[in-house]
Ligand binder design. Structure first.
Ligand code: ADQ
Length: 475
């Protein structure tokens, strides 16, 4: 099949979070399954600075009533996949993808609506003839709507799949702020009180809707889990499916990881101590092998559970542990973490930055990985942690529930520690339970590490499920 991905992030090119991991791994896995896959994405500043790419088409022009948009299409051959870039500097030649460091760009609705229209024009001009256009998150959610209203006939045999990676980001914008859509003949059906909710439009118009874990697909049918969009999702329940993300075991492999001072595998975990020492050194913590290290790497947002993690940091510091958090995001969370780091220099380190190298070192060097998320559509770091023999401590939400198994329910088949209530107490007692296990059952702890390292959540399995979905759509 001819599959075109419309997506905003691809790892190695641009990344703000887990969307990029999927933007790389899933196209490659689909390609390995024999599909013809290409990607359309914005030509962001960081990409333009890294690659000087030739134009693959003459200048393209889109009209939206009084507005005229001249844009270029550039092409990169990347891991045997062609990426087509929409080059429109006015919208994409900016330092951040969606925001300057502090605030979302005011014109995000316009930028990504234009991107969807330009992507469709590029697909047609390049004669890509897609069987399926696979869209991801709110940035590309208007594409199925635009494709459905296209009158050229070019897309008559094309179907759309829309994957929700995070229903908290819905792309809600005033129609008045989106010149690209303001005069679209069918847009009024999508306007409520003057606003368009792009995620909602994607849900309404895509032929199939997927999300990134089976459990999150269930949660999306509730008010809380869907952030208010459950009515729409319940209405399309027949077309909604949860397909678990995978782990890229090529990139996240402790036996070959070049970011580590020493490599290790499930047969020889000894070098993991050297990774721990390296992590402690980088984090500025005392290099003590016998002290359990808890790690966390994430966007600093409410979603990741800081609302109940911050209140227990003092209690955690009463234990003989070290904690390393790597992240960027909410300035007030940053301030709090900086303060804790200042007050507990021997136990707590906060690395405020986006660093792949540090992310790998935390995965390898920590004993436990914390993901106490309020909600988590899939989560990737718990899978990376399992692969590195780093025991995940997670809340039972979204994909975390699908991928981490607690001794309470799984006995000797357990791979991590799981708590339920989104409260400081529940989190604290789960961490204490994990620490007790570490101290009192070192052999069982070691077996749990090995079991995690041998667990496989592959992208090939995910790609097989997507293939079946595409196949069902085009028949
Ligand atoms: N400061 C930092 N430095 C280096 N690397 C950092 C970093 N902060 C985050 N990362 C990396 O970004 C990725 C985060 O992935 P997640 O899936 O955990 O979260 P995210 O919420 O962004 O993704 C959303 O989309 C994904 C993909 O579908 C879902 O798994 C998830 O639940 C959903 O919220 C990981 O590769 C992580 O290592």
């Amino acid at each position: 099949m001819n599959i075109v991905f419309a997506i905003s992030e691809v790892e190695e090119l641009v990344k703000t979070g887990g969307l990029a991991d999927v933007g790389k791994a899933l196209p490659l896995a689909l390609k390995a399954s024999g599909h013809n896959v290409s990607i359309v994405m914005p030509y962001y500043k960081a990409i333009a600075e890294e690659y000087k790419l030739a134009e693959s088409l003459p200048q393209q022009t889109l009209f939206a009533e009084s507005q005229v948009y001249h844009f270029k299409v550039r092409q990169l051959s990347w891991n045997d996949i062609t990426i087509h870039f929409i080059d429109y500097p006015e919208y994409f030649d900016r330092d951040g993808l969606y925001s300057n460091a502090y605030e979302a760009y005011q014109d995000n609705g316009e930028r990504f609506s234009f991107f969807c229209g330009a992507a469709l024009m590029a697909i047609q001009s390049l004669a890509l003839e897609p069987d399926v256009v696979h869209c991801h998150d709110w940035h590309t959610a208007m594409l199925p709507f635009m494709l459905r209203s296209d009158k050229s006939g070019y897309f008559d045999n094309t179907r759309t799949v829309f994957t929700i990676h995070n229903a908290a980001f819905q792309g809600v914008n005033k129609l008045d702020d989106i010149p690209f859509l303001r005069h679209h003949p069918a847009i009024l059906s999508q306007v409520h009180g003057g606003y368009i909710n792009m995620l909602q439009t994607g849900i309404e118009y895509a032929d199939k809707i997927t999300t990134v874990s089976p459990n999150y697909a269930q949660e999306l049918l509730t008010n809380l889990g869907s952030h208010g969009l459950h009515d729409r999702l319940v209405g399309r329940q027949q077309d909604l499916v949860g397909i678990l993300n995978g782990c890229d075991y090529g990139q996240w492999n402790p036996a070959t990881d070049s970011y580590l001072p020493e490599n290790f595998d499930s047969e020889n975990l000894l070098p993991k101590s050297r990774c721990k020492a390296a992590l402690q050194k980088v984090a500025g913590l005392p290099e003590k092998d016998h002290v359990p290290v808890l790690g966390m790497v994430c966007r600093l947002t409410e979603q990741k559970g800081f609302g109940y993690l911050l209140p227990v940091l003092n209690d955690l510091m009463d234990h003989n542990i070290q904690l390393v958090i790597v992240g960027t995001g909410d300035p007030s969370v940053c301030m709090d973490l900086n303060e804790y780091a200042h007050n507990h220099p021997d136990q707590f380190a906060f690395i405020n930055g986006f660093s792949t190298e540090h992310a790998h070192l935390v995965e390898a060097g920590a004993d436990f990985f914390l993901m106490p998320s309020q909600f988590e559509p899939c989560g990737l770091n718990q899978m990376y942690s399992l692969a590195y023999g780093t025991i995940p401590v997670v809340r039972a939400v979204g994909g975390l529930k699908d991928t981490v198994y607690d001794p309470i329910n799984y006995g000797d088949n357990a791979t991590g520690f799981v708590f339920y209530e989104p409260t400081p107490d529940a989190l604290l007692s789960c961490i204490r339970r994990a620490l007790l296990f570490y101290y009192e059952h070192p052999e069982r702890f070691r077996s749990m590490q090995v079991r995690g390292m041998q667990t496989r959540f592959t992208w090939q399995t995910a790609a097989d499920e997507y293939s079946k979905l595409y196949q069902a759509l085009i028949q």
